[in-house]
Ligand binder design. Structure first.
Ligand SMILES: Cc1cc2nc3c(=O)[nH]c(=O)nc-3n(C[C@H](O)[C@H](O)[C@H](O)COP(=O)(O)OP(=O)(O)OC[C@H]3O[C@@H](n4cnc5c(N)ncnc54)[C@H](O)[C@@H]3O)c2cc1C
Length: 382
């Protein structure tokens, strides 16, 4: 397999690496830290990328994008994830919120929401999961009850990433509990400052500002807030999740961390147990397999025929690699990697990677559910 995407892609990588080197400190570990400067840094960096048309590189120019292709966007996401995602929570806007609005939104919604995402001015969050409905979203209890020409929403969401930082939410609610599972849910584009929306952080090992609960208490929404069709939310969610699963290029971070580990150990490398060095080689192969599977899904996106199962296969490979690389790194650096701050080995990157990797096979749909999705696609059945 030739992973070379051509000279233009290499030039783009070089440009992105130079921008990252100029704007992002070596010890940056993402936006969800106790230091508010980390989030501010990501916001400034998104504007820097946007000024060069690099943030929404693959979006059509009419929506504020760079008019590029999905392979260029793949290069952007790989370089970003390899460097601890300096776009911060805004990667979600580029990765799936914008594309979902492009495909399912009205002209007014496209005009209103896409340019601010492409300009790096807005953070979105995803309000799908609930305390009793994660894998099985059809059983969600958040209810949108008809009121005049709009709805009143009541309910609760959970595990909502970046909700305290976000200005907007793609919110899923049940508009018809009597309808079939695939016709029950409607998606709403909801401003986080609308009356009745309350957000509460959930402290976790992913960092202080990552996960949140979202409470909806008599929140009013109108027909203009609906994304896609009333009752058509399931289709949009499936589509969005497929984009989300391919867009989180954590295999690129694994690649970079494995290389940094080898470099940082210097002569110590030869003193590592042979079994550990063999696992390092195996992990490098896993990274390449994950990259190849992601490229298969990207090729489908390019052809306009994205397939859920292909996206799930890519996600399964990436998250399994994430976890095996996390264990390997931790064993190789030992307790020195566990400080959880920027003075630890590789500036705390091993510790940071390990903590996130534990949740990787749950976020964006559990690995068990994705395996079932793949099995159904291969074997058929419900
Ligand atoms: C880091 C992180 C970030 C997240 N961010 C967001 C976010 O921004 N927005 C959002 O809406 N959600 C978010 N989530 C929630 C995530 O999507 C859910 O946790 C996930 O879909 C699983 O749902 P659940 O937690 O309710 O577990 P459950 O669905 O209750 O699953 C529990 C266990 O049962 C298994 N299981 C469930 N159903 C089946 C089945 N039919 N067959 C076999 N096994 C099954 C699962 O695989 C799992 O092991 C996030 C989660 C994490 C960890």
């Amino acid at each position: 397999m030739d992973y070379d995407l051509g000279p233009d892609a290499e030039a783009l990588r070089t440009k992105l690496r130079a921008l990252i080197a100029a704007h992002i400190p070596d010890d940056f570990l993402g936006a969800c830290t106790d230091d508010p400067e980390d989030l501010a840094l990501t916001e400034r960096f998104c504007k820097t990328l946007a000024a060069d048309n690099l943030l929404a590189l693959a979006w059509p120019e009419e929506f504020g994008g760079g008019g590029g292709d999905v392979w260029q966007q793949t290069v952007v996401r790989e370089e970003m994830w390899a460097h601890h995602e300096p776009r911060g929570p805004q990667y979600m806007g580029i990765n799936w919120v914008g594309p979902a609005i492009m495909r399912h939104g009205s002209d007014v919604q496209r005009g209103k929401h896409l340019p601010p995402i492409a300009d790096g001015e807005v953070i979105w969050c995803q309000g799908f999961s609930e305390p009793e409905a994660g894998s099985d979203l059809a059983s969600m209890r958040t209810q949108a009850t008809v009121d005049g020409d709009g709805w009143v929403i009541n309910g609760q969401k959970v595990w909502t990433s970046y909700a305290l930082m976000a200005q907007w939410c793609v919110l899923a609610a049940c508009t018809d509990p009597t309808a079939s599972a695939s016709r029950r849910i409607t998606l709403f584009l909801l401003p986080m400052d609308r009356a009745g929306v309350t957000t509460r952080g959930i402290p976790s090992m992913l960092g202080p500002h990552h996960l949140n609960e979202l409470f909806l208490d008599n929140v009013r929404v109108g027909p203009d807030d609906v994304l896609g069709q009333v009752g058509g939310g399931w289709r949009v969610i499936k589509d969005a999740l497929a984009y989300e699963r391919v867009g989180i290029a954590r295999y690129a971070r694994c690649d970079s961390l494995l290389a940094r580990l080898r470099e940082s150990l210097g002569d110590e490398w030869d003193r590592l147990p042979g079994g550990l060095r063999s696992r390092w080689v195996r992990a490098m192969i896993d990274v390449r397999v994950a990259r190849l599977l992601a490229y298969t899904a990207v090729a489908q996106q390019e052809s306009g025929q994205p397939d859920d199962a292909t996206a799930s296969i890519a996600r399964i490979a990436t998250t399994r690699t994430d976890q095996s690389v996390a264990e390997l790194l931790m064993e190789a650096v030992g307790p020195d990697g566990l400080e959880g701050d920027r003075h630890a080995v590789l500036h705390g990157a091993v510790d940071d990677h390990w903590r996130y990797a534990q949740a990787a096979t749950v976020a964006s749909g559990t690995i068990e559910v994705q395996r079932m999705l793949v099995a159904r696609s291969v074997l058929g059945g419900r």
